[in-house]
Design a protein around this ligand. Structure first.
Ligand code: ADP
Length: 483
């Protein structure tokens, strides 16, 4: 199947109005993989025109028929897993096995939403007046704009796209400039499975121009965004004039609490899964490990042993576990965090340097474990977004919770213990939208993923995701007496 490098607007594959393009680079080598349209405000307007025109018929399509199309797109992605995984690794650098895993995960959101669409229901509410009946309807919010990041170029789209389409909302997708090819391929699969023209539009290009076009258009009733807290705030401000609904999945800063009764091998394995997936470039990956003082050293030893075994290299090479960072800016941030931690007294136990990979750009960082993390450090405050794991110790449960909650972010958190009561107590006390108990990979299409505080609001996945794309309307009926 050919790889699309043009944009999908209203069922037509188009270039930008100006004919201008931008290059998509392989972050491992800086090779140009493809060039895609550099669109802006006018193309965004036309994509909204197309979605708005598609709204009446898509809204009127039965939930069963919409759900079947959404599920068919998920199956088409699985059938084309190698192409998609190759594109993901090519444009975002992650190891091929992880890219294949992402395709399965991404397709899962479509399967789930496709099945959930026909289960959207209203209610009959008992009114206080005997001559009244009240029913609620749940109806699609309308045209939705989906703005997604580069780190999961397939899954961040499908977990918005699945519920939006299943609920009856046409969409305009703006994928990240760094990784637009996966999005365009998903759009070509959508066309192949028969998702009607205008229901799914994808435009690439200037983020601020397209973003401004989407937020400024009153016909766009909802924006679902995954990305930085800074851009999330901007979109919220820009959406104020037209009072759009918003779902914002923003940055994270996950703590992992390892208690004295934890299974340390399990904790170390799960911390590795969480921390080093996509070279630490995920919003739910662990930024701080907080270990009880009695197990801190034993845990650090286990982590160092595991980190030493990680293979760094091009994501396309089988067996590689740590690929390149996405950009020089990403590398610079990780090194800044490392230098800051060292200068403030942290001890690096392993890694942290750059690794020269033959034929590649200088963007590979050795996975790193350091101890002596303290609240004054950048790593304590900001998302590092790289393969660096910092440890600190605590002496009791109350202190551990206080340290964990000492962040403006509130997306994911983790705890490791064998004590059931402690699992409950600490889960309830953590100020985060997601808690993994002895589980370093809690994300799944069935669960309501999302954050609190500066990590945003709204949920993606599970039945909660449907609420994000539905308005509640009630109808009050007066019922008269017979005759
Ligand atoms: P990251 O740091 O992960 O790249 P960003 O928040 O910069 O996160 O990007 C996430 C998404 O937001 C990308 O698709 C990007 O193009 C988009 N984006 C960035 N700036 C704007 C903007 N001003 N308006 C709309 N979208 C934007």
């Amino acid at each position: 199947m050919t790889i699309r490098t043009d944009n999908l607007i209203g069922g037509g594959w188009v270039r930008s109005d100006s004919g201008r393009e931008f290059d998509v680079l392989d972050p491992a080598t800086d090779e140009v993989i493809a060039s895609v349209p550099l669109c802006g405000r006018s193309e965004a307007g036309r994509a909204v025109d197309a979605a708005a025109s598609a709204l009446p018929s898509w809204r009127a399509t039965t939930p069963a028929d919409r759900g079947a199309l959404v599920a068919a797109l998920g199956r088409a992605m699985l059938e084309d897993i190698e192409t998609l995984a190759g594109l993901i690794t090519g444009e975002c650098g992650k190891p091929l096995t992880e890219a294949r895993g992402e395709v399965g995960y991404a397709a899962g959101f479509l399967e789930w939403a496709g099945a959930e669409g026909p289960r959207v229901m209203g209610e009959v509410i008992l009114a206080s007046a005997s001559d009244r009946r009240i029913v609620t309807l749940r109806q699609p919010v309308g045209v939705c704009a989906l703005i997604t990041p580069w780190n999961f170029p397939a899954a961040m789209i499908t977990r918005k796209l699945g519920p939006a389409l299943a609920c009856g909302c046409p969409v305009v997708i703006k994928p990240a400039e760094l990784a637009p090819l996966t999005a365009l391929h998903i759009a070509s699969l959508a066309e192949r499975v028969g998702i009607p023209a205008g229901v799914m539009n994808v435009i690439t290009g200037d983020a601020a121009e397209i973003g401004g076009g989407l937020t400024g258009d009153a016909r766009v009733r909802k924006i679902s965004f995954t990305g930085s807290t800074e851009v999330g705030r901007l979109l919220m401000r820009e959406s104020a004039a037209t009072l759009k609904r918003l779902s914002l999945e923003l940055g994270g800063h996950a703590p992992a609490l390892v208690f004295e009764d934890a299974d340390l091998d399990l904790a170390a394995d799960q911390i590795m899964v969480s921390k080093f997936r996509n070279a630490g470039q995920t919003c739910i990956c662990i930024n701080r490990v907080l270990a009880h003082e009695s197990v801190h050293d034993a845990l650090a030893e286990r982590l160092v042993e595991r980190v030493r075994a990680l293979k760094v290299g091009r994501g396309s090479e089988e067996g590689v576990e740590i690929g390149p960072l996405i950009s020089d800016r990403g590398v610079e941030k990780v090194e800044r965090h490392l230098a800051d931690a060292r200068a403030s007294g942290a001890a690096v136990l392993v890694g942290g340097g750059r690794v020269a990979v033959p034929g590649c750009a200088d963007r590979f960082i050795e996975a790193c474990v350091l101890t002596g993390l303290t609240p004054g450090m950048l790593m304590w405050r900001e998302e590092t977004f790289g393969p660096v794991l910092g440890l600190a110790s605590f002496s009791d449960e109350a202190q551990a919770i206080e340290m964990a909650n000492d962040t403006d972010y509130g997306l994911a958190s983790y705890l490791f213990t064998r004590d059931l009561s402690r699992s409950w107590r600490v889960s309830e006390a953590l100020d985060f939208g997601i808690v993994g108990v002895n589980d370093g990979a809690p994300s799944t299409p069935q669960a309501p993923f999302g954050g609190i505080k500066q990590s945003g609001f709204g949920r993606e996945g599970g039945h909660h995701a449907m609420d994000e794309y539905l308005d509640v309307k009630y109808v009050s009926m007066r019922v008269g007496d017979e005759g």
